[in-house]
Design a protein. Sequence first.
Length: 136
Amino acid sequence: MKQLNLDIEAAGTTRVTELHELDEFRHFAFESTRLYKERMKQLHDKNIVERNFNPGDMVLLYNSRLRLFPGKLKSRWCGPFRVVKVFPSGAIEIASEKDSHTFRVNGQRLKPYVGMDEPKEVSMIHLTKPQRSSEP
């Protein structure tokens, strides 16, 4: 230290000051990260649709493993299924309409089934081509 003409006390004070600034910078980074995570959680939670199912409701099940026929027109929703039991953890026990086999699924994979009670009749309109006159 004497060769470099530096004062030991000034160097020590500078070092302590730098350590305090580094600690403040680290604290600021943690605070900034916490605020960012809170904002992202609010944005994420805003888009979550809360679905409450009751026993007896009809639901559709999202089939995420459907890879047989890739295409735009193939629906990934299968069903309808009947809700048998709702668990507090978010799991839902459903039963198929065809057989009485029941199984549990995550409630996030279900959506309410809105089916028609009775089939609607579709009236067919027959359009005919205009007749051309046979006059020369």
